[in-house]
Design a protein around this ligand. Structure first.
Ligand code: GLU
Length: 357
């Protein structure tokens, strides 16, 4: 018996590759067997799989010394083809069809692209096809990149309204201290708003781009939005069905969810990276926003920073210069400046389009 209906499973490069960097097909096959079992039980699964760059790297010897960006482009172009072919064959052995979604950070910034992606995955799920998502590493370079696939999986889980995001890596969960240090303690449960950031190691993994700190950050943010997150070891036998059952036996870290937030707020929460300007507000206004589920009115505004258009995402900054949230603004920066401090005006950011941190 499984307690979820829609689940996003993220598999890290370090789960899918061997020590020598080649794709670990035995592991992939074991993971696909587990996913197939869940699929047959009627669960809607979305897979976010890394491993393209790692798979491509071991496939080709470049003819000259390549820069970092070129390497990532070349290896991911080759490796993604290898990866998806492998998944396709493995799922086909179970009579399951999978499909490929390659995306970029920009697709999450634009509401239309965002909805197009969402609709695409909805129609795949409706037809019992398992979407396999990865970043389009061939075109998303440097500042346009997701921090890592953990960030991508968080966005996908939010967008698809999943009940659970399961992040599989090569350690048992989040530790207080470095995962390799035997003294470090596994954190089994994290409550909403519980702050453990200072204990988490900032080291990154050798094969993928992620690390424990980003996993922690993404997981807390999602849990805040009402989605459960589990971080566990993808190398343990039969780990996925176990963790989706009512009483998991294997070690893991669980982030307990707070109440659900609306879909639009979720999108805004994740759009922070695209904020075009700032709305600086006074103390009274900050207080009202935090306490009363209020909209942001011109009367509480002290200053407008940067240039933006109507409908852009802006940061909301309090009187001490701290960012307290992000929202979708109803007018451009020129109009916003002309309204500073004025009473009796319509809200500049409506409550429904305001995400407070
Ligand atoms: N998209 C990259 C890949 O498939 C992985 C990024 C990450 O490691 O998080 O190789």
């Amino acid at each position: 018996m499984y307690i979820y209906r829609r689940v996003v499973v993220k598999i890290g490069s370090n789960v899918l590759t061997r020590k020598d960097g080649t794709l670990d097909v035995t592991r992939m096959s074991a993971l696909v067997d587990q996913l197939a079992e869940l699929h047959k039980a009627g669960l809607e699964l979305i897979l976010v799989s890394s491993g393209a760059v790692a798979a491509g790297r071991s496939e080709i010897q470049a003819s000259r010394k390549l820069g970092q960006v070129e390497q990532r482009q070349l290896y991911s172009a080759i490796g993604q083809a290898i990866l998806i072919n492998k998944y396709y064959d493995l799922f086909r052995d179970h009579n399951i069809v999978c499909g490929q979604i390659l995306t970029t950070k920009e697709n999450f910034a634009d509401r239309r692209h965002y909805l197009n992606q969402k609709n695409c995955m909805e129609v795949m799920l409706e037809n019992k096809v398992i979407p396999i998502v990865n970043e389009n590493d061939t075109v998303s370079v440097t500042e346009l990149m997701f921090t890592d696939n953990d960030e991508l999986s968080g966005l996908i889980a939010g967008m698809m309204n999943a009940e659970l995001l399961l992040i599989l890596s090569n350690v048992d969960g989040i530790y207080k201290g470095h995962p390799d240090d035997p003294q470090s303690e596994l954190i089994r449960e994290i409550l909403p708003k519980q702050e453990l950031r200072q204990f988490i190691s900032t080291d990154r993994s050798a094969t993928g781009r992620g690390g424990m700190r980003t996993k922690y950050n993404i997981a807390s943010k999602l849990a805040e939005e009402g989605i459960r997150v589990i971080i566990a070891n993808g190398k343990i036998e039969n780990i996925i069905p176990d963790l989706l059952s009512p009483k998991p036996r294997n070690k893991h870290s669980l982030f307990l969810p707070a109440e659900k937030t609306s879909a639009i707020k979720k999108w805004i929460a994740h759009s922070e990276g695209f904020a075009k300007g700032e709305v600086h507000i006074n103390q009274g206004c900050a207080f009202a926003l935090m306490q009363n589920q209020a909209s942001l009115l011109p009367v509480g505004i002290e200053r407008i920073g940067g240039e933006f258009e109507k409908g852009d995402i802006v940061r909301v900054v309090d009187h001490e210069g701290r960012q307290i949230g992000v929202g979708k603004i109803r007018c451009d920066s020129k109009a916003a400046r002309s309204l500073i401090g004025s009473k009796g005006q319509k809200a500049l950011i409506h409550y429904d389009y305001l995400y407070l941190e």
